[in-house]
Design a protein around this ligand. Structure first.
Ligand SMILES: Cc1cc2nc3c(=O)[nH]c(=O)nc-3n(C[C@H](O)[C@H](O)[C@H](O)COP(=O)(O)OP(=O)(O)OC[C@H]3O[C@@H](n4cnc5c(N)ncnc54)[C@H](O)[C@@H]3O)c2cc1C
Ligand SMILES: *[C@@H]1O[C@H](CO)[C@@H](O)[C@H](O)[C@H]1NC(C)=O
Ligand SMILES: *[C@@H]1O[C@H](CO)[C@@H](O)[C@H](O)[C@H]1NC(C)=O
Ligand SMILES: *[C@@H]1O[C@H](CO)[C@@H](O)[C@H](O)[C@H]1NC(C)=O
Ligand SMILES: *[C@@H]1O[C@H](CO)[C@@H](O)[C@H](O)[C@H]1NC(C)=O
Ligand SMILES: *[C@@H]1O[C@H](CO)[C@@H](O)[C@H](O)[C@H]1NC(C)=O
Ligand SMILES: *[C@@H]1O[C@H](CO)[C@@H](O)[C@H](O)[C@H]1NC(C)=O
Length: 523
């Protein structure tokens, strides 16, 4: 079960052998000179500075990307106000240095702080910009991108025990990447995505302008709520709608092994979980020969038990009052997102430890997978020595009620559940992880007939570069080449994202290996 927990961060103090390819039009010295005019020098960590490595690794969540072969930034800028961010963009444009922005550093491919291609770039690390301002009367909040989900959740709970926010499980995730890529967790069936609950945002664009939703325009405001922020600029803060929750919620966790009938419960779960009442969320973790059902119910145990017995008999009949853990919503955050024994205060810890190397990918399921296929999955894939885990998150209710074009996130009506394939290991070096990476890739290939197809769908926040990478043609990313990954994450919304990109950043200044390419008018 430990594996299913938040794959928390680690601080490592390796001496990296840094290299950065510097294109001929880039002038790093002039770039740093330019920064020094507007940004206090202690907020700028050039590669040669002694603080560089510790700042770089401070939020790296995947040991694969601490390897020296990764292309590193020329420097890291850690702004403490909006004008520093604007200055970084202006200096970057002027001197041919691109920017990548990092909020919580949880990107599965590390694209917020590394490049796969030789290029001159700097990182804007927003971890100093992490205020949370709650407006209890209006049930709204402004939260800065550098805040973690844990900091947001904690601040809400301090203000009220009957307000919450629907977003991911792991408290160290950064708001900036998470909200702009969608964001879902235990409240997704009742309240949808984090991005579905964004009311306004403040963006620094590729010209260094500071824009709210009216100034950025409908298409760009649409795009940053699920299409990924990094393609459109640097989102500094978000206004969100807080959601009502009861003062007591109930969680439970019930492991069922294959010998105890996991196959029956799981096969049935696929049909039931997406149509249960919207205040009941039941996810499944598959590891080795066990399916563990983890649930959050927005209410007390008394009404939950009859709902389980009547709506999901296969699991409900195995359950009694001893399985119910009644708690406040904020107590459910460490319950789902951290290891046993974690307290509510621990959700504020930005640096929980792991030394894990990870590989993940995702799928969506629109038609229940047959029992015999599940038997094969358990017997063949989950039984292997290098096997990882499968996490199944049920959709339906609020997340599926939003029309597909309403936000960039297209996995709505008709989706039964999301699959996340996760593998992790603890030793790098030559060949380290080869078997675990192969397990993910081979299993993903095997699953093709059972999951959504044409296009095969994937969740953008579970980024996987195996799905494809941009090709740069001329000096911009190619719209056509981007379709291969873009339509998996966004289906038909990929095209509108590319048009929004052309409005706000036609030169493709903000780009990475999977950023939205610009599609100009008339194309
Ligand atoms: C342990 C773990 C648990 C997870 N659990 C969940 C979960 O329960 N639910 C879920 O939906 N997802 C989950 N995720 C995925 C997570 O939502 C994404 O990785 C998310 O993008 C991370 O945001 P970040 O700010 O921490 O990451 P970063 O690495 O900082 O950023 C991710 C991407 O967004 C861009 N970006 C970051 N900040 C900004 C900004 N301010 N403006 C513009 N662009 C920006 C970056 O450039 C990068 O491309 C999990 C990931 C991990 C590692
Ligand atoms: C940002 O910080 C700088 C100092 O680095 C200061 O001069 C400037 O006034 C600040 N801007 C705002 C908007 O607070
Ligand atoms: C809160 O809502 C009221 C009316 O609903 C409005 O007048 C007020 O401006 C709002 N406050 C903020 C800070 O948005
Ligand atoms: C997997 O489960 C089987 C049977 O329950 C057990 O014997 C085996 O040790 C488990 N393997 C791992 C790696 O946990
Ligand atoms: C409740 O379930 C647990 C675990 O299945 C079992 O050990 C216990 O005897 C049950 N208690 C009652 C009162 O049925
Ligand atoms: C934060 O988590 C890390 C890793 O688990 C731990 O070493 C550290 O003591 C924690 N910090 C606090 C303030 O609890
Ligand atoms: C890309 O090329 C166009 C013209 O060919 C130019 O206007 C633009 O500034 C270039 N963009 C970048 C980021 O170099």
């Amino acid at each position: 079960m430990a594996m299913a927990k938040c794959l928390a961060p680690v601080l490592i103090f390796t001496v990296f052998c840094c290299y950065a390819f510097i294109p001929s039009h880039a002038s790093p010295d002039d770039f740093f000179q330019c920064l020094s005019a507007s940004i206090p020098c202690q907020l700028v960590h050039a590669q040669s500075s002694p603080s560089f490595t510790s700042v770089l690794v401070s939020s790296i969540r995947n040991q694969r990307f601490t390897a020296p072969a990764t292309v590193r930034p020329l420097g890291i800028i850690a702004p403490t106000n909006a004008s520093h961010v604007q200055a970084a963009v202006v200096c970057g444009r002027r001197h041919g240095v691109r920017l990548r922005v990092r909020s919580g550093g949880h990107d599965y491919e590390g694209l917020s702080y590394r490049s796969l291609r030789p290029e001159a770039f700097a990182v804007v690390d927003l971890s100093n910009l992490r205020g949370v301002r709650i407006d209890k009367q209006n049930s709204t909040a402004w939260v800065d991108s550098g805040a973690t989900l844990g900091e947001l959740y904690y601040a809400i709970a301090q203000a009220s025990n009957q307000l919450a926010f629907p977003a991911g499980l792991c408290p160290t995730i950064g708001v900036g990447g998470h909200f702009s890529g969608g964001g879902f967790g235990t409240l997704l069936r009742k309240y949808g995505l984090a991005a579905d609950n964004v009311l306004d945002a403040v963006l620094v664009d590729a010209q260094g302008r500071l824009l709210d939703k009216n100034a950025m325009g409908d298409d760009v405001f649409w795009a940053i709520r699920g299409g990924g922020g990094e393609s459109f600029g640097i989102v500094l803060s978000w206004q969100v709608r807080l959601v009502p929750i009861p003062p007591t919620v109930t969680a439970f966790r019930i492991p069922v092994s294959v010998d105890e009938g996991a196959m029956d419960v799981l096969t049935r779960w696929q049909e039931v979980a997406p149509v249960l009442p919207d205040d009941l969320f039941i996810r499944v973790l598959l590891q080795n020969q066990t399916a563990t059902f983890e649930a959050l119910y927005l209410g007390t145990c008394d009404p939950l038990l009859p709902v389980m017995r009547c709506r999901f008999r296969e699991l409900g009949m195995r359950m009694n009052r001893t399985h119910c853990q009644e708690m406040t919503w904020i107590q459910s955050v460490p319950y789902f997102g951290m290891g046993a024994g974690a307290t509510v205060e621990d959700v504020l810890n930005r640096t929980a430890a792991t030394s894990a190397y990870t590989k993940m990918t995702s799928d969506y399921v629109r038609q229940a997978i047959r029992r015999d296929a599940w038997e094969n999955i358990f017997a063949t894939w989950l039984a292997r020595p290098d096997a990882g885990i499968m996490i199944l998150d049920p959709y339906g209710a609020a997340i599926s009620g939003v029309p597909e074009p309403a936000t960039p996130f297209p996995h709505r009506a008709g989706v039964l559940y999301n699959i996340q394939y996760v593998n992790l290991w603890f030793a790098g070096g030559d060949g380290g992880g080869a078997a675990q990476m192969k397990w993910v890739r081979d299993f993903y290939a095997f699953m093709e007939p059972y999951v959504a197809s044409s296009p095969r769908e994937a969740y953008f926040n579970y980024r996987d570069l195996d799905l494809g990478e941009n090709a740069v043609v001329g000096n911009v990313s190619s719209y056509e080449a981007g379709k291969v990954w873009g339509e998996k994450y966004f289906r038909d919304n990929y095209r509108r994202l590319a048009m929004a990109k052309a409005q706000i950043d036609p030169d493709d200044y903000f780009r990475n290996e999977q950023s939205i390419p610009p599609l100009g008018p008339g194309k």
